[in-house]
Design a protein around this ligand. Structure first.
Ligand SMILES: [Zn+2]
Length: 426
């Protein structure tokens, strides 16, 4: 066994301990321990809780000691919705939107997702990988230790497989965990739009060619669909998600973002892991989510960046008992940020979530939505030592300070993967 590490001296230690997914009032329970400590060995947490108790562990005496020096220690963020692999920004569309064009108008003119598809197809796998490596370093610098990543800017056999293979390669080349999702059903590719049978041809490509190949090569755990006007309708979404399930890919869905399509209730019926966006959900959708194990993943960064006034009804979802998670939706068109702390700030001010609720949604419930709640999302014995340390006195200051990075240190499987300055020994 390698040498153990003992982290102590935190002003607050948030363990997020507890049983199962967090709904309603339980969402606000961050398991705060004052004068707490965490003991790590072989990448796992072997003891956590009050300092005296942790220091009594047999491995503590010989452990390497790290002093959190009055900072706040909590689980690394889990970002359950990103579009990691893309070729370039879409700053030109950002300016067009500011000047008055809507997201849907830009998409109709060949901008939007298709713009990113053209850019991605034009670059090499190596160039995409280089960009993703830099982005993953940035995720770590904001306290994130696991991300979900979707394909969806390839939209043909070769390019979609290229993206999914990159997820796999990147998982072995850098420390953060990447959970891979197939989002071939992002939009219909431009080359098929002019054909009368274009949509059906594309759905058939996804179901008959891509899904079997992805399943054989084990390139994704989840299958996602953008169920929206101008993308995939309810019947097509159902067909694709059911096909994914036949290949053991659990459904996720982009639903009720710009219009109400009924995608949320479809996904709940299919036992989806997560329904994401939800700006346009109605009471019946909220009730369906509340009664289900499907996570409601909110993406306030997207509304903020698009300058939209309507955010998802987080309070109604929490009060009804839905399982809430938060994500960056990192993508070049609608949410170009890797910062979970910024998402927490938006969750607090725009979604009216408390800082504690937002932190639980960005750690434990996010891990649950990825089927990883037994391994990550809280600081508990036996879980991965995925930890972030923030340079604040009080956890509420993580969302309170916005647009600035207060993350001091990020630890993945017991190894420091980001640090502003080294932590002193105690
Ligand atoms: Zn998305």
């Amino acid at each position: 066994m390698s040498i153990a590490t003992l982290i102590s001296g935190a002003s607050q230690l948030l363990t997020l301990r507890g049983h199962g997914r967090r709904r309603g009032a339980a969402l606000g329970n961050v398991g705060l321990v004052k004068n707490g400590a965490v003991l790590i060995a072989d990448g796992l947490i072997v003891s956590v809780g009050p300092r005296v108790q942790v220091e009594a562990h047999p491995l503590a005496r010989s452990a390497q000691r790290l002093n959190a020096a009055g900072r706040v220690v909590l689980p690394g963020f889990v970002d359950p919705h990103t579009h990691l692999i893309h070729a370039a920004s879409r700053a030109e569309e950002y300016e067009l939107r500011i000047m008055g064009a809507s997201y849907e108008e830009i998409a109709k003119r060949g901008g939007g997702i298709l713009n990113s598809v053209n850019k991605l197809r034009a670059v090499t796998s190596d160039a995409l990988k280089q960009r993703a490596h830099a982005d993953l370093k940035r995720f770590a610098a904001y306290g994130t230790t696991t991300i979900e990543a979707k394909s969806g800017y390839g939209l043909d056999l070769v390019s979609e497989l290229k993206i999914l293979k990159l997820h796999k390669e990147l998982s072995t080349e850098q420390p953060l965990d990447i959970v891979s999702t197939f989002l071939g059903a992002h939009v219909i590719p431009a080359e098929l739009r002019t054909r009368p049978s274009g949509v059906n041809d594309y759905v058939s490509l996804l179901i008959n060619k891509l899904l079997p190949e992805i399943a054989t090569q084990k390139l994704a755990e989840f299958c996602d669909v953008f169920c929206e006007r101008g993308a995939f309708n309810l019947a097509q979404s159902k067909q694709i998600l059911e096909a994914g399930k036949r290949h053991a890919l659990r459904p996720r869905i982009h639903s009720e973002q710009l219009s109400r399509t009924g995608g949320t209730q479809l996904a709940v019926k299919l036992g989806a892991a997560s329904c994401d966006h939800l700006e346009k959900i109605n009471r019946a959708d909220i009730r369906a989510l509340a009664k289900s194990k499907t996570v409601a993943t909110l993406l306030p960064g997207c509304d903020f960046h698009l300058g939209l006034k309507q955010y998802a009804p987080a309070r109604d979802l929490i009060d009804a008992g839905a399982i809430l998670a938060l994500a960056t939706d990192y993508n070049p068109g609608t949410s170009p940020t890797v910062s979970m702390p910024m998402i927490l700030s938006l969750a607090c001010t725009q979604l009216r979530m408390t800082p504690a609720e937002a932190i639980t949604a960005a750690t434990f419930n996010a891990a649950y939505s990825l089927g990883r709640d037994k391994q990550i999302g809280s600081l508990e014995v036996g879980k991965l030592a995925d930890i972030s340390i923030f340079d604040v006195d009080d956890y509420r200051e993580i969302p309170y300070y916005f647009g600035m990075n207060t993350c001091h240190t990020t630890i993945k499987r017991g190894q420091i993967v980001y640090s502003k300055s080294s932590l002193s020994a105690t």
